[in-house]
Structure formats: C-alpha cells, structure tokens
Design a protein around this ligand. Sequence first.
Ligand code: SAH
Ligand code: MG
Length: 218
Amino acid sequence: MAFPTASTTLSDDRRTVADATPGFMPADEADALHRVADHYLSQRDSVGVGVEIGTYCGKSTVYLGDAAERHGALVVTVDHHRGSEEHQPGWEYHDTSLVDSHAGLLDTAARFRRTMFDAKLESTVLGFLAPSAAAALVWGKPADFVFIDGGHSMQAAQTDYDGWSPWVRTGGALLIHDVFPDPADGGRPPYEIYRQALDSGLFTEVDAYGSLRVLVRA
Ligand code: SAH
Ligand code: MG
C-alpha cells in the first residue's frame, strides 16, 4: 500500500455520520479513499482542491471532506441530485424515501446537506448542483484529485472522463470508482474510462483498493 495508514482515520463522530448516510461506498474503500485524498491534498502550500463527481447523499464526501479539512483544502462535489439510471423508480437501487413529491423525481440534495451539517463540513465541502458536463464547462482550475463516481452509463462515464480528467494537475490523481475488470462483477463503463486513462499515456496506475483505482498524472 503506497499511502500511510497512521493518523488518517475519521473521528468516531464523523464515521457515525458516514455510516448512517445512504450510499454506495463500502467502509474499506472509503478508508482507502480518505488516505489517498489526504495524500494528494498534502502536497502544496496553496489551498488545495479535490473534485468529486457523484455526491448522492454525501457518504464518500464525508471522507473526502475530512481529508481536506486537515490541510485547509476544499472539496467540490458535483451532482444534479436526480440520481443515476439505477436510482430511478423500478430500478434496483431506487429509494422511495429520496423522492421529492413536488417534482415527482429523486432529489438527494437535502439529504446531502444534512450529511454535511451533521459532519460539520459545510465550510469545507462545496456542493455543485449541476449536470457534470455543465459543471465541467465552467470549471477552470487544476485539481489535486478528481474522483469519478457518477453515472454508470457509457455516456455518463465518458462525459465525466472527458470533462474532468483534464483538470487533474501534474502529479495529482484521477480516482475512479466501480472499476470491474471482470464484467461478471459489474458494469463496464467505469472500467472503459479507466482503460482510456491508461491508454492515453497521461496517467499511471499507482494503487487499487476493491473497485477503486488510483491513477497519477505524469
Ligand atoms: N459517491 C456516492 C455515490 C454516487 S452515486 C456515495 O458515496 O454514496 C452516483 C451519483 O451520480 C448520483 O447521485 C447521480 O445523481 C449522479 N449523477 C449521475 N449522472 C450525473 C450527471 N450526468 N451529472 C451529475 N451527476 C450525475
Ligand atoms: Mg460508486
């Protein structure tokens, strides 16, 4: 393992908040994510920034925000908060408690806000409520890391990769979640963009934890 484990765990209070938050980030991968974020945000003197694509209710964001807070850095987390395909009514991961009755659509924004309030991270984590492609259009700053954990359709994954991987600073990291080399384990699009990143020659894989891949930009 390339990243230190000592002194980088969450407080019990924050872990309790993360554990109580609906989402899709297993605890061991979340701890790895935390260590990696801590590492890449610790490398510069100016204010660091990490980007997450795919907030949902902010489960993974608690870990990223905790790492950022240690370094006076910020995390921007991008989501339209309408859910991915698999969160829609009739799909496997639909959660009826997250439907906004006014719009009749999934709405994870308020639940995300509650998570950040409970975790005391409202000044460290900046929610960016927008489609990934639109958010990428107005972004304009190198990031210490970009963590792609958004939609799993090929179009969504491609959009995230095309829009956000160019913003990883030299020596920074591109993190991709739900990378399954064996199609029997899960859908392909995150794996496909992981392959594109490697094949581009711009990124080198430095670590893997479960379905999380860590690629450094040369
Ligand atoms: N990181 C979260 C899980 C994210 S689930 C956790 O730890 O639990 C994927 C999220 O990506 C969903 O909330 C969905 O709304 C968002 N998403 C999917 N496609 C998107 C798009 N094109 N633009 C913005 N957000 C998108
Ligand atoms: Mg995921």
